[in-house]
Design a protein around this ligand. Structure first.
Ligand SMILES: [Zn+2]
Length: 328
């Protein structure tokens, strides 16, 4: 999250959505066909979907948050390293990228680096792709930024909520979605240098558009680990992307114990870059997040609400799988 959000939210009616946006419906039964015509996607309440969502591990999510935010060491080149900052101006950003790359490679992924320079930093996005079937190339994006910052001292920037929480969720999504079949490919992206000027998101979108890729929509996670007494997760988008946002509302209601809130005022995270380029996108973040630790040395794992992050991860996994029309 680049700057502080001050926005109001609307409480959602859970079943009021008319979901549109990517070729299939998603009304609780089988829906959606690939170009081949014989791949039927699994519905929202299918055993496959429940299997995938139930595979999400709170312990995994929490440990990744702790490792990215320096509460636990990571192993880099055989040595234990405490990542004390992931600010793009510090070496910790590359340490975090190396750690994420290692985790992804241990899952069997081929990891693509997307290097970029932007303003006064050099950084990279990390990308893995879950393939689509039947020649479908229009893709879903699931992403989170892995860098952090601290307004007082960027060398001491644990960034547990902002945004180890989102990066850990996307890493866990990569694990549980790996090996499944989808109609649409899913690009799983770890963005660098969001805190500089959404640099990683610009690099990703520029590259996708230069290559002629069609992006169905983007799901962005930023700050899903802070406490909210009402257990409420906000879907932040724009009015014109209401249909795309509907997938998130459906996923939150079906796969988490959180309530959903919605706002049509977008700012302050990577989803804005997609929206600026006419690509449907939304942000998932804790409603009314506790901002007393925001961009400080105190945004630590000790202040994370683990069960909230776990529930939000389940919702994001479900939204991504349904948006990409999971087949098996
Ligand atoms: Zn931030």
């Amino acid at each position: 999250m680049k700057t502080r959000i001050l926005s109001f939210v609307l409480i959602l009616g859970i079943t009021a959505f008319n979901i549109t946006g990517c070729g299939g419906g998603g009304n609780g039964s089988s829906s959606g066909e690939s170009a081949g015509g014989d791949d039927i996607s699994a519905g929202w309440d299918s055993p496959l979907m429940m299997h995938v969502v139930d595979d999400v591990s709170q312990a995994n999510w929490e440990q990744t948050v702790r490792q990215l935010s320096g509460a636990e060491p990571v192993q880099l080149n055989g040595e234990p390293v405490y990542i004390t900052s992931r600010d793009a101006h510090t070496p910790g950003s590359a340490q975090a990228a190396a750690y994420l790359r290692g985790r992804l490679e241990s899952m069997g992924f081929a990891v693509t680096s997307q290097p970029f320079s932007c303003e006064d930093v050099i950084s990279e996005n990390l990308l893995v792709r879950l393939p689509g079937s039947g020649g479908n190339s229009s893709r879903v994006v699931l992403g989170a930024h892995y860098d952090s910052t601290n307004d007082e001292d960027y060398w001491d920037s644990p960034g547990a909520n902002d945004n180890a929480s989102g990066a850990a969720a996307v890493l866990e999504a990569a694990r549980v979605l790996n090996g499944h079949r989808f109609t649409h490919p899913i690009d799983i992206v770890f963005f660098g240098a969001e805190e500089v000027d959404f640099c990683g998101a610009y690099a990703y979108v520029d590259d996708a558009q230069a290559s002629g890729a069609v992006i169905i929509g983007a799901i962005i996670l930023d700050m899903i680990g802070s406490y909210n007494a009402n257990y409420q997760l906000t879907i932040e988008g724009e009015e014109e992307y209401r249909g795309w946002m509907g997938y998130a509302a459906e996923a939150i209601s079906r796969y988490s114990n959180l309530d959903a809130a919605q706002t049509f005022e977008s700012s302050d995270s990577d989803h804005v870059v997609f929206q600026q380029n006419g690509i449907p996108a939304y942000l998932l973040l804790t409603s009314d997040f506790d901002d007393s630790y925001y961009h400080t040395t105190d945004d630590t794992a000790a202040h994370i609400q683990s069960d909230f992050g776990y529930q939000a991860t389940r919702a994001a996994v479900g939204a991504a799988a349904q948006s990409a029309l999971i087949i098996e």
